[in-house]
Design a protein around this ligand. Structure first.
Ligand code: DOR
Ligand code: ZN
Length: 346
């Protein structure tokens, strides 16, 4: 029997599109299913000023294929030199939807991120005043903290003090990977929300390391123990509007992933909706998918949910999807959940 599910067209509240040939190659994969996405600013050099965000938005709009519609929601990359007035102007003009905080050195192209949080107080206070949300990569980068503990330690030593110092600041803890992150967001006040990726609902650290190193499962924050994956699945399928989809789909060429020092990032744009339908069905929560992928994010960001719909169809046989996307920067491997997928977007 064919099963189908019609939901409002989803949005992606955390996406890497890159630039140039990579942008042209990967953008259709997102625009095919998603109406809007929060675009990460970690280009080289990063998108720091309103002028840079406007120029990047124009390059994204120019790369949308004929016949597809897609709205990029731009972000600014927070540095210790970020000017509160520039941020406020970019927000007031409607250009910028959020500001992104990378702790310096936490991940891909984060060298210009924040090392001393005292130096961004003025910007954060201005953001609280004007209601501009802060998206956070929540990991400490100190070398004495184990990579599997970096999210948990960040909550206690950075995030909580930062929020206490800046009342009213809206914060999104992005790509949550631990039960600690879930508990923190669930227990905080209404200024706090969190995004969850597709891949962190489907892989844990065994997928990366058992039977040989699998570079295409390596991302940051790195996937944790199975119990954490289970906490994420529970939160995502709970119907709690604090948790919504941010795929963190992060393309790198195969040459850059399959290397002695492979880049962090899972490229999930192509099959995210099929993967999510699979997970939500396994959790007996298909009725919660629309909230997670299409409703809670817009509410959080004060935007209307999309009027259009998509229909997910479950086939009796596995539905094929491409193993790789060809881009002008080389092939990019599509996330493999490790089992067949039966859902497709009609
Ligand atoms: O795995 C990741 N890839 N995590 C990040 O935070 C950055 C991203 C990227 O830009 O490749
Ligand atoms: Zn990211």
């Amino acid at each position: 029997m064919t099963q189908s599910l019609t939901i409002r067209r989803p949005d992606d509240w955390h996406l890497h599109l890159r630039d140039g040939a990579m942008l042209a190659g990967v953008l259709p994969e997102t625009a095919r299913h998603f109406a809007r996405a929060i675009i990460m600013p970690n280009l080289v050099p990063p998108v720091v000023t309103g002028a840079q965000a406007a120029a990047y938005r124009d390059r994204i709009l120019a790369a949308i294929p004929e016949g597809m519609s897609f709205q990029p929601l731009m972000t600014l990359y927070l540095t210790e030199d970020t000017n509160p007035t520039d941020v406020a102007a970019a927000h007031a003009s409607g250009l910028v939807t959020a500001v992104k905080l990378y702790p310096a050195g936490a991940t891909t192209n984060s060298a210009s991120g924040v090392a001393n949080f005292d130096n961004v107080r003025g910007v954060l206070e201005k953001m609280a005043e004007i209601g501009l949300p802060l998206c956070i990569h929540g990991e400490v980068t100190t070398h004495d903290v184990d990579i599997f503990d970096r999210e948990q330690v960040f909550l206690e030593t950075v995030l909580h003090p930062l929020r206490e110092r800046t009342p009213g600041l809206k914060v999104t803890l992005e790509h949550i990977t631990t039960s600690h992150g879930i508990d923190y967001v669930s227990g905080a006040d209404g200024d706090m929300a969190g995004t969850i990726t597709t891949h962190h609902l489907m892989i844990n650290r065994n997928h990366i390391l058992v039977g040989g190193i699998k570079p295409h499962y390596y991302c940051l924050p790195v996937a944790k123990r199975r119990e954490h994956m289970e906490a994420l699945r529970k939160a995502a399928t709970s119907g709690n509007p604090r948790f919504f989809l941010g795929t963190d789909s992060a393309p790198h060429s195969d040459a850059n992933k399959e290397s002695a020092c492979g880049c962090a990032g899972c490229f999930t744009a192509t099959n995210t909706m099929a993967c999510l339908a699979h997970v939500f069905e396994e959790e007996g929560a298909l009725d919660k998918l629309e909230g997670f992928a299409s409703m809670f994010g817009p509410v959080r960001y004060g935007l209307p949910p999309n009027e259009e719909t998509i229909t997910l169809v479950k086939e009796p046989e596995p539905v094929p999807y491409p193993a790789k996307i060809d881009t002008g920067d080389g092939p990019v491997t599509v996330f493999d959940p490790g089992h067949p997928l039966y859902w497709r977007v009609a």
